[in-house]
Structure formats: C-alpha cells, structure tokens
Design a protein around this ligand. Structure first.
Ligand code: SAH
Ligand code: SF4
Length: 387
C-alpha cells in the first residue's frame, strides 16, 4: 500500500474565539479565567473570589446568562456581559437510538460540525466526545479518517460538548436545592472524532476544567483518552492530565498495523509498547485498555490472539474487543461472532479481561468509528451521485 498522507490541511484557530470582540469564558482554565477577569477590570484583590463565583455559575449551575449571577453586583454583571460571552456548541440535531443512545450533531465556529454520543447504562452513562473536526490520520477501517477537512477543537468546544449533554439530559442541579450529585454523565471517553493527542494542549485544558471539583467535577479516573499511538505524547498524558488511557492497538504485527493504523509507520508496535510500559500509576485498578477492532480475516486469528497476549505481557491491561462497525463503502467486514468468542477466550485464558463491546446506537450511526459530520457525508454523497 502506498504511504497514506498523515497530515492534511490542519487549520489552527485562536484558543478562544472572540465574538463581537467578546471572549468566550467556556473552556478557560482557572488561571486563564482569573487573568481574563483582571484584564476586563476586576480589581486584583477581588479576582480570586470572582473567579470562584463565576466558575461555579458556569460549571456547577450551568448558567448561560450573566444577569442571573445573583451573588455579583449589577455593575459587575454588566462588566462581564460587556467583555465576555458564555457559548457552547449549537445543537443542529439530536438522534435517539432504540437503545437510548443519543447522538448530537453540533455546529461550531466556522460552520464546522462535530458529533458527541451519550450512551446510558443503568442510570449512569458515558459521553463520547470529539477532539477534532475529522482526523488527520487515515486508519483504513475508520469513517472519521476519510473526512478531508480537519481542525482542532478549542478547549471551549470540548468542554461545551459536556455542557450540551448536561443541558439535554436536564442534569444541572436545581438552584437552591440540596447538593445532590446527579450523575447521568458519569464518565467521559475521548473516543469521538479526532486524535486527542494531536490536540494535546486544548484537550488537557478542557479536561482540567471538567475535572475541577467545584464544577463538572468528573474525577480523572472517569475520563478515558483513546489514542492511535502518538508515542511522544503518552508520558505527557499521564503527567499533565492523569486520566486513564486506551490505545487503538488493532493488530499484532507491524505489517498489519501499518495498514490499519498508518501512524504505526512512525511509531511501531515496539515503540508504542515501551511508552505504555512506562505509563505511571499502572496497577490492576488503573489498567490500560487495548482496543482491538475485529476485522474478518485480517486480524482475528487464534495466532493473533496468542501474539497479542505475548506482546502485552506484564502490562496491567484489559482488552476491549470491538466488533467492526460497518459504514458505507468500508473495505472490511465484521468478524463472525464465533471467531470473536474464540479470540476472546484465548485472551481471557491468558488472564486478561476481554469484554466484547456491544455496539450501541448502530441504527443512528453513532457507534465507534462511524462518526463523520453529516455535511461531509452529504457532500460525498452528492459527489458520488454526480460521478
Ligand atoms: N483517534 C482516537 C480516538 C477516536 S477512535 C483513536 O484512534 O484511538 C475511537 C475508537 O474507535 C478507536 O479504538 C478506533 O480505532 C475505533 N474505531 C474506529 N473505526 C471503527 C469502526 N468502524 N468500527 C469499530 N471501531 C472503530
Ligand atoms: Fe483518527 Fe482514531 Fe479514526 Fe484513526 S481511528 S482515523 S486516529 S479517529
């Protein structure tokens, strides 16, 4: 196979997008919010207290209107409104699957679209969020990887996905009610569109906001970042975010992984495993998740399963087997259920948890690897129709 391009036309945008000269507060870290309030005229002596107050309105109460921030003076509320906005991505559409999975199509600055998916489970749920519009990588089995246009999401657009889901689920606490932690969005996975480690700073800052205990307050153990294997950023993930890690492994030889996950040509299996072995805090309670998509006749043999457990020997790990989710024109097929079971059995007997991921939201194209913005799908469809 010819070398696939691994970088495309990536657009870098300012970290907060000023609208009518006003800066969006959503997605600023605490120190950034502090600095922004001072720059807008907050006396330095008050800045720490004001930062705490505004923070709670934004991330604990989910407020979008400065006028309703009742513990601030009217004059100060006016000052805030003059300098800042509180903006989250616009919900273009919401699809609800027969199994309760909700997919949000969101519009962000520049008219771009990204998707976020909420997967409910026993009164709690996991929100799968995107880190980029599209992806610069071109994994051959992934629909997102076929999208041409790519740009990094800002921290505000990443945090905004969590806020939009909480809006939709009605999860902000009632004002004045006792502080009961409803937790419909109990976990976050960075497994939507994009490669999070190619947008490291913005993802890190967004997760700092999400983890802050006076706001959205999700602990680092409830956040899982999935990477295709951007080796130099793996150690930084541990140091600067501290969340759990999932790795899109998908193959047990460099030949096969080069085709499935082309970034393997830059950082091969040996290099990736070395970085994973060094990932701190590894213990049986904080294992690395190895994601392994089951592709018929490509990576699903007994020999693959045996090689897999040999390769990861010594790494506290669980292996998440993902039946391939098909998309129109995909060059692969899903492995048969018996094959997946046999593979899981070998992995399980070697001492690893090997859950087979039940595809969720397939009827609304919300499953892993199916995300691709609707406008991009439509554009492709039109092009295909014209040919
Ligand atoms: N870019 C990151 C995170 C987004 S992809 C990464 O690659 O890890 C989230 C997961 O879905 C990855 O494990 C990815 O390999 C997997 N995936 C992609 N396309 C898929 C498909 N069509 N069927 C099943 N899983 C897929
Ligand atoms: Fe990008 Fe992940 Fe899809 Fe690969 S699997 S193209 S890294 S989103």
């Amino acid at each position: 196979m010819a070398d696939a391009p691994i970088t495309q036309d990536l657009v870098t945008l300012p970290r907060t997008l000023p609208q009518e000269g006003r800066a969006n507060l959503v997605g600023l870290t605490r120190p950034q919010l502090h600095a922004a309030l001072i720059a807008a005229g907050t006396p330095e002596k008050q800045a720490k207290m004001r930062t705490g107050q505004v923070w709670q309105w934004l991330y604990h109460w989910g407020l979008r209107d400065f006028a309703a921030m009742t513990n601030l003076s009217k004059a100060y509320r006016a000052l805030l409104a003059e300098h800042f906005t509180i903006e989250v991505p616009e919900v273009v559409s919401r699809s609800v699957s027969a199994d309760g999975t909700r997919k949000y199509l969101l519009r962000i600055a520049g008219g771009h679209e990204v998707e976020a998916v909420y997967i409910p489970e026993d009164g709690r749920g996991t929100l799968c969020i995107s880190s980029q519009v599209g992806c610069t990588l071109t994994c051959s089995f992934c629909h997102t990887g076929t999208q041409r246009l790519v740009r990094n999401l800002t921290p505000g657009e990443i945090v905004g996905q969590v806020m939009v889901a909480r809006d939709d689920l009605g999860e902000w606490p009632e004002r004045g009610a006792p502080r009961v932690e409803t937790r419909l969005v109990s976990n976050i996975v960075l497994m939507g569109m994009g490669e999070p480690l190619y947008n490291f700073e913005n993802v890190r800052d967004a997760m700092q906001v999400v983890m802050d205990s006076e706001g959205l307050s999700l602990s680092r153990r409830r956040i899982t970042l999935s990477t295709s294997g951007i080796v130099p950023e793996i150690a930084r993930t541990a140091e600067e975010i501290g969340c759990l890690l999932a790795v899109s492994f998908h193959a047990t030889t460099d030949d096969v992984r080069d085709t499935l996950v082309p970034i393997n040509r830059k950082w091969n299996i040996a290099a990736l495993l070395e970085a994973l072995r060094a990932y701190p805090r590894l213990s049986n309670s904080e294992r690395i998740t190895f994601e392994y998509v089951m592709l018929k006749g490509v990576n699903d043999s007994d020999a693959d399963a045996r090689r897999l457990v040999q390769l990861i020997a010594g790494i506290p790990a669980k292996i998440n087997l993902i039946p391939f989710n098909e998309w129109p024109g995909a060059p692969y097929e899903r492995s048969d259920p018996e094959r997946i079971e046999a593979f899981a059995d070998i992995v399980h007997k070697a001492g690893y948890a090997s859950p087979i991921r039940t595809p969720r939201g397939e009827d609304i194209m919300a499953a892993c690897g199916q995300l691709k913005s609707a406008s991009e799908r439509a554009r492709k469809g039109r092009r295909a129709a014209a040919e």
